[in-house]
Design a protein around this ligand. Sequence first.
Ligand SMILES: NC(=O)C1=CN([C@@H]2O[C@H](COP(=O)(O)OP(=O)(O)OC[C@H]3O[C@@H](n4cnc5c(N)ncnc54)[C@H](O)[C@@H]3O)[C@@H](O)[C@H]2O)[C@@H](O)CC1
Ligand SMILES: Nc1ncnc2c1ncn2[C@@H]1O[C@H](COP(=O)(O)OP(=O)(O)O)[C@@H](O)[C@H]1O
Ligand SMILES: [K+]
Length: 491
Amino acid sequence: MEYLLTSDQMKLLDNNTIDKIGIASSVLMEKAALSVVSAIDEECANAKNILVVSGIGNNGGDGIAIGRILHLQGRQVRIVVIGDRQHSSPETKKQIEIAEKYNIKIYNTFDKNEYNVIVDSVFGIGLTRSVEGQYKKAIHFINQAKGFKIAVDIPSGISADTGKIMGCAVKADLTVAIAYKKLGHVFYPGAQYCNRIKVADIGVYGADEICFNFSYNKKDLDKLPQRLNDSNKGTFGKALIIAGSNNMSGAAYLASLAAYKMGCGLVRIFTPLENREILQTLIPEAVLTTYDTKQFSHKSLEDAIAWADVINIGPGLGMSDIAKQILETVLKKHKCPLVIDADGINLLAKYEQLLTKNQKNIIITPHMKEMSRLSKRNINDIKNNLIENATEMAKKYKLICVLKDSRTIVADYNKKVYINQSGNNGMAKAGSGDVLSGIITGLLAQKMKPFESAALGVYIHGVSGDEASNLNGCYSTLARDIAMNITRALH
Ligand SMILES: NC(=O)C1=CN([C@@H]2O[C@H](COP(=O)(O)OP(=O)(O)OC[C@H]3O[C@@H](n4cnc5c(N)ncnc54)[C@H](O)[C@@H]3O)[C@@H](O)[C@H]2O)[C@@H](O)CC1
Ligand SMILES: Nc1ncnc2c1ncn2[C@@H]1O[C@H](COP(=O)(O)OP(=O)(O)O)[C@@H](O)[C@H]1O
Ligand SMILES: [K+]
């Protein structure tokens, strides 16, 4: 698990370390600089010619310290400071003085030499406005130059809070994030500009006390529900998947397959009669309860709801009047956790009265368009403010909102926000979302708590997609490959 900080949170932790713990700012800067030097040694051990491009804030101070250390190691280094040195931060002034005492010249112009490595330390988390003038020129110079580009903390020009480009930004080959990753390292386009990221431990800690945004990695798979040896299919939960409509059986198949692959004990698909044969052929492990759309029996629906340990409603369900009645009944009668996906969400958007403010144990999994229908906001607004929109929805209805995008957000009504970093563009294909809803359902069936199921489910879905794309390539990955590769994701 890793925390993803805002720039204010990072500054607070830096200041706490300096003021309350008593580690001097120059010590932190030296550690940050040494971490970047180690990264240069690991990545480009033979780099002889190095250009450091610094600003006048503390990110620039890091850069000057890096330049000094590399120079003292005997490498050819040119340090260029952009901006008026008279206005440098106190730390950066000190770094200039130290460098000059070692007879290291500090320049304010570029030369025509070619460099093996370019260190970008123009702006870090202190960037507050659009990049213009000499700073813009410097960033363009870095981007067009040859050589391996290492960004100190975050590529200059990327907002540490949003990942947005503030006018222009350095395209790094490697980013050394100081102390913690920030939101801007993870959200696009920032994530793409960072390229690979290494996190440098400089002795600044405490994110667990102030930060509610987090992400998972492979180690978090140890959160998976335990599998008892003394068990039977009932132990691992009964999932009711209310999915599919006439001519739409694939979504029910994918969600059910994913729930089983995730470890669920028994899956029952509730679907129209027309889907019986195809689903029994595609997934014989599932039990089917079918309904006649012309003569709908509420009794069999209510029996199925009472039977279930978890319900997933919506994939391929359609928007018919019967679909609406089914959702209404499920919302009224369910006592177990409920995942609402796809047309389930579209129905909630169309019939606003269905979703009351006292929902319990509900996870909704909208993609951008579904979220736009549900929240009546435009997609750009949602995409530009993923965390805020997901959190607002979660708070409004006291539910868990899985807002799906290339960086999916899971928000609950208690401030916690999971931000997903697994997955790839091979997953941008019809049916991927059905697989996700099945994975979350499978975890809920094994009695995992709703927020945990949603966050870990999103993570596992992405890793399964990564495994699938590694095998099939991004172009040719299908949703069913994601479901089949849950196997590899978990082992
Ligand atoms: N002692 C500390 O607080 C530590 C700070 N560290 C480094 O310090 C960085 C943060 O330093 P700062 O807070 O000084 O911030 P930055 O160095 O990121 O830049 C802030 C400076 O840039 C100016 N600025 C902001 N946007 C601008 C724009 N668009 N055009 C022109 N000027 C602009 C600000 O007015 C300020 O002078 C971190 O990213 C990290 O690299 C690390 O050395 C670790 C310890
Ligand atoms: N470029 C991408 N990077 C990572 N994950 C992606 C990408 N594109 C799509 N996904 C994931 O794939 C899923 C797509 O879901 P959705 O749009 O609901 O598909 P469908 O409705 O066709 O089943 C989401 O979980 C989303 O996060
Ligand atoms: K930088």
